[in-house]
Design a protein around this ligand. Structure first.
Ligand SMILES: Cc1cc2nc3c(=O)[nH]c(=O)nc-3n(C[C@H](O)[C@H](O)[C@H](O)COP(=O)(O)OP(=O)(O)OC[C@H]3O[C@@H](n4cnc5c(N)ncnc54)[C@H](O)[C@@H]3O)c2cc1C
Ligand code: FES
Length: 276
């Protein structure tokens, strides 16, 4: 890599203020801010969000308008996300990005499968597909329980009636079970032009295996520990790929190449392989 690869406008830290915070579930909040550099971000890309004095974390872009209004969904899972959840509107944060590749835009019969905050980039994608007059959009989202399901109202709007399927582990909303349960049945019945997924890696692995079995196309967004976000540090490596630079979106062929690590192991902060 050349020095000029790092000295880009996207990789320059911008400090900005949070303009809006919405509580979406007991563990997830959405954050809105203005950032011109991310205005042209595409569904699937991510940004690095710096919480001053705490850490910098990778987050998928949930929405980006051409005026530069950017939105991300954040689940409170640890040190940095807990600090972010404690912040109020007007608080200062830093942004780098957008980084990574994006979902390819396909029309036709489309299936999207989201788990948890993995639904965020898929909701962004579904809005652009609807604009492009995709013929049919089926969206499956899953959560442990009803109040953890995200973006239900918005998803209902982008899907035609009957094409929005929800699962909860405890049966409090939609089909009782896990998000991967309806997929086998669906893939037996229908041929999809594109299938997109983002969520916990164990879920992604199951979906990969099912789509391979039925020879249907898949694009999956993967997560790994990220530090630089621009292909420099190696902390996000999976197989021969760096998730920040070569991903985070991977297709069937690439997923086949990394199947011995997918849903099985990842690098920890010390650079050692650990089970997922
Ligand atoms: C490309 C990408 C997109 C992501 N998009 C979203 C999103 O839209 N919304 C969201 O809530 N989360 C998203 N994440 C995960 C998010 O980055 C982590 O939850 C966050 O970094 C955890 O930080 P923490 O300090 O709160 O947690 P920690 O205290 O550091 O750890 C808590 C858990 O988060 C995992 N984790 C910690 N740091 C990272 C990291 N830098 N990258 C990945 N996992 C990490 C750890 O394995 C651990 O299980 C994304 C991750 C990647 C790689
Ligand atoms: S986060 Fe540094 S190489 Fe990907």
């Amino acid at each position: 890599m050349k020095l000029s690869d790092y000295l880009t406008a996207a990789n320059t830290m911008r400090t900005i203020q949070i303009t809006k915070i919405v509580t979406e579930s007991p563990t997830v909040k959405t954050y809105t801010f203005t950032d011109k550099q991310c205005a042209n971000a595409k569904p699937g890309q991510f940004l690095m969000l710096w919480i001053p004095g705490v850490d910098e974390i990778p987050l998928s872009i949930l929405n980006a308008t051409k005026e530069g209004e950017i939105c991300v969904a954040v689940k409170n899972v640890g040190t940095a996300t807990q600090q972010l959840h404690a912040m109020q509107t007007g608080a200062t944060i830093g942004i780098r990005g957008p980084f990574g590749n994006n979902f390819t835009q396909n029309n036709g019969n489309i299936l999207l499968i989201g788990g948890g905050t993995g639904t965020a980039p898929l909701l962004f994608l579904s809005k652009t597909l609807t604009t492009n007059k995709s013929k049919k959009l089926t969206f499956i989202v899953g959560a442990r329980t009803k109040n953890e399901l995200l973006f239900i109202d918005q998803l209902n709007k982008v899907c035609q009636k009957g094409n929005f399927i929800t699962t909860t582990n405890d049966g409090t909303y939609g089909i009782q079970g896990i998000v991967t349960d309806p997929i086998e049945h669906l893939l037996l019945q229908e041929k999809f032009d594109a299938i997109y997924t983002c969520g916990p890696e164990v879920m992604v692995k199951k979906i990969f295996e099912t789509t391979q079995k039925h020879q249907q196309p898949l694009e999956a967004s993967l997560e790994r520990l990220m530090r630089c976000g621009i292909g420099l540090c190696g902390s996000c490596v999976i197989g021969k790929y760096r998730v920040c630079k070569d991903g985070p979106i991977f297709n069937n062929k690439q997923l086949t190449e990394i199947k011995n690590e997918l849903g099985i192991s990842k690098l920890n902060p010390n650079g050692n392989k650990t089970p997922i």
